[in-house]
Write a protein that binds this ligand. Sequence first.
Ligand SMILES: NC(=O)c1ccc[n+]([C@@H]2O[C@H](COP(=O)([O-])OP(=O)(O)OC[C@H]3O[C@@H](n4cnc5c(N)ncnc54)[C@H](OP(=O)(O)O)[C@@H]3O)[C@@H](O)[C@H]2O)c1
Length: 274
Amino acid sequence: MADRGIDGGVVVVTGASSGIGREIARLIGPRARRLVLVARRAGRLAELEEELKKRNGKLEVDVLLADLSRRDEVTRLIEEIRQKVGDVDVLVNNAGVGDMGLFERASEEKLLSMLDLNMTSLMLLSRAFLPGMIARRKGGILNVSSGFGLAVLPGFAAYAATKHFVTALTEALRSEVRGTGVTISQICPGPVATEFEENIGNFTDQHAPGFVEISAVACATAAVSGYDRGCAIVYPGLVYKLVMLVSLWTPRVIVRMVISVAGTFVRKKQLGTS
Ligand SMILES: NC(=O)c1ccc[n+]([C@@H]2O[C@H](COP(=O)([O-])OP(=O)(O)OC[C@H]3O[C@@H](n4cnc5c(N)ncnc54)[C@H](OP(=O)(O)O)[C@@H]3O)[C@@H](O)[C@H]2O)c1
């Protein structure tokens, strides 16, 4: 059986200051030897560090601040982890942001920052720590992608593209490391109640229906449990899982017709013509 590296291991969680990442850290804290918490908000991470150490007196916690939308900071973070922490057993690439709106109206700066955070940082961190995992024949990478890693929705063109990158990279890596003892897993959540929605700039009065949305705790639990079992992709939440399975089996031509209607809605809403 593969040694997935969480128990007694060194685990890095990006985006640990809120939402899914914070809950993943809370789940892994009692099991790991050392936990590296990465994000920009120092206060949030310090509070989490204190909480985690109270629950597991033996746990070592490192709070490393980095703006992962900046390549120089990603490079600095990788060096800091190598020097301060050493080998990484498990990398949880969770940090990410979304951006909602018509693509032609999106801020170029915001788009580039989102691409660098959601894709480049995840790729560089994975590239930095995967060789060690392969050499030690243990551990792995848990990526937090999205349902948008497999589907698309108008109003989320660039965000969905970043998550397609994550899903494709994860799937391909998984096949490349087969037989090395390394686990590559991803969770592709639907709506999760976190700060994510506040930050995407939702200009519609539409929100995910309550019966599809899940809590950050439920999402993190599904993510860690999926990683523990070596799952390729996890769709957390029963209703959402059914929606995903139906949409993945629906011919693309039909999906295209449905999302075109949604596209017209988004355009009218944002341009205020509805
Ligand atoms: N919530 C959903 O409905 C949903 C659905 C599908 C997928 N996801 C994915 O789940 C992941 C986590 O999101 P969440 O829902 O938990 O949202 P969240 O509560 O807003 O958490 C986002 C995390 O990413 C960190 N982050 C944002 N920008 C960063 C930057 N430039 N550098 C470093 N860290 C940064 C934030 O920390 P700081 O602000 O402190 O830096 C925070 O810890 C994301 O990859 C998102 O795409 C979310």
